[in-house]
Design a binder for this molecule. Structure first.
Ligand SMILES: Cc1cc2nc3c(=O)[nH]c(=O)nc-3n(C[C@H](O)[C@H](O)[C@H](O)COP(=O)(O)OP(=O)(O)OC[C@H]3O[C@@H](n4cnc5c(N)ncnc54)[C@H](O)[C@@H]3O)c2cc1C
Length: 388
């Protein structure tokens, strides 16, 4: 296995439990160092995803299995529910469409509520209508990963951290994985869950990833202590259907505090957590991909708006104040960012669903954006079913 994020670890724990001899390679010295350890910590209910898609199927099942797993292993989790709020009349039809989609995906308890009912849940929210999603939760994904890593080890698996996998090659009797430093591992099969490097590792291994990873940084602020009382749980805007991200939202974190964000700006490095992180090869990778230039103009204008919001705390605060009017720029304290690995097709379409590229004895998880942390235990089950 390559990648000790939540998808790799969930898969390793699952395969080790059935008796496979599993080795997980990660270039970092600790597990969950990238997307998994830098996300919003939300257990999504499966509201947004096209019925029948992997995201819908594995996401809805995952929301249940993740909560059950956390409870069983004493990982902090709280099913606090969330509100998706329409702040203008033109968003109301999209709220209805979300309700229909969520219902089609089998989510229980969804309810359209009036502004007065919304304020019973979140006393400071402003809206013309809202959707209450009682099954959404928050969890400690790093804690989940610690349990998964322990389970993998206890079942006989090994974690080799701090070593980069360079490429894999399928041979007649197995697969060989070349590691930095010259070592070559031999295995019956390889599963790569390499997140921000998924396409590059697939290409290096002779597998067509069918897409390129474009890194979208998500910047967060933390609400200052005085303002944190303005939010009880999770408050989300109605997402813009032209964009795969959910819009800046307010999220109570399981370890305390309330996060505001993330926005979505094109990062200038795959692991570019700040504007000043620039890796020319990563920029080249993005700009030489035809898909980037074929992105629909609508998406480019949203992207430009996200850059403005990144540059100005006041603009960021204005987006939040649409949801909770009391929030101002003075309430926002910068918090660490995350970078999303979003696959972009050659045709300029952002790959919507989870995507796995397959070759003999190799599986490469190419697109596993949100809600892949929520769905990770189910993605592991899915990957196991693809191993032949
Ligand atoms: C800002 C943000 C907010 C999000 N919010 C949520 C949320 O609230 N709920 C939710 O369900 N999902 C959320 N997500 C999505 C979720 O975090 C990801 O879908 C999930 O973490 C993906 O896990 P992963 O294991 O595929 O990738 P990662 O966690 O990125 O792990 C990939 C691992 O592969 C390693 N690696 C890469 N290349 C190599 C190599 N060549 N050799 C060795 N190791 C390598 C990396 O070091 C890394 O540890 C969010 C993501 C972001 C970025």
């Amino acid at each position: 296995m390559v990648g000790a994020g939540i998808v790799g670890l969930a898969t390793a724990a699952r395969l080790a439990a059935r008796g496979d001899d599993v080795v997980v390679i990660d270039k970092e010295d600790d597990v969950a160092a990238h997307q998994t350890g830098r996300n919003s910590g939300v257990v999504h209910s499966g509201l947004y995803y096209a019925p029948g898609s992997l995201k819908a199927r594995l996401g809805v099942a995952g929301s249940r299995s993740m909560v059950a797993f956390a409870r069983e292993h004493d990982v902090a989790v709280d099913v606090c529910g969330k509100l998706v709020v329409a702040t203008s009349d033109d968003e109301v039809p999209r709220l209805h469409a979300l309700l229909e989609r969520g219902t089609a995906n089998g989510i229980d308890g969804l309810r359209l509520v009036t502004p007065a009912e919304a304020r019973e849940v979140e006393p400071h929210v402003a809206c013309v209508a809202a959707l209450h999603v009682p099954g959404t939760g928050i969890v400690d994904y790093r804690g989940v990963c610690a349990v998964l890593a322990r389970q993998a080890r206890e079942a006989g698996g090994a974690l080799r951290l701090g070593v980069r996998a360079l490429a894999a090659r399928t041979a007649s009797d197995g697969v060989q994985v070349a590691l930095e430093g010259g070592e070559v591992l031999r295995a019956d099969a390889l599963i790569a869950c390499a997140g921000l490097y998924a396409d590059r590792f697939a290409r290096a291994s002779g597998v067509d990833p069918q897409a390129r990873i474009v890194p979208f940084r998500g910047e967060y602020y933390e609400l200052a202590p005085g303002a944190a009382d303005l939010v009880r749980g999770l408050i989300y805007p109605v997402p813009d259907p032209r964009f795969p991200f959910l819009g800046v939202h307010l999220t109570r974190m399981i370890r305390g505090g309330t996060h505001a964000g993330p926005n979505a700006v094109l990062a200038l490095a795959r692991e570019g957590y700040r504007w000043r992180d620039v890796v020319p090869a990563d920029v080249l990778d993005a700009v030489t991909w035809p898909g980037l230039w074929r992105l629909a103009p609508g998406k480019l204008s949203i992207a430009a708006g996200e850059v403005v919001r990144s540059a100005s705390r006041h603009v960021f605060a204005r987006s939040l104040a649409r949801l909770v009017p009391g929030i101002t720029a003075a309430d926002l304290v910068p918090a660490p960012a995350g970078v999303r690995a979003q696959a972009l097709g050659r045709d300029g379409r952002l790959v919507d669903d989870f995507l796995v590229a397959r070759a003999p004895r190799q599986l490469h998880v190419i697109n596993a954006p949100s809600p892949a942390a929520t769905a990770s235990l189910e993605i592991a089950r899915h990957l196991e079913s693809l191993l032949v």
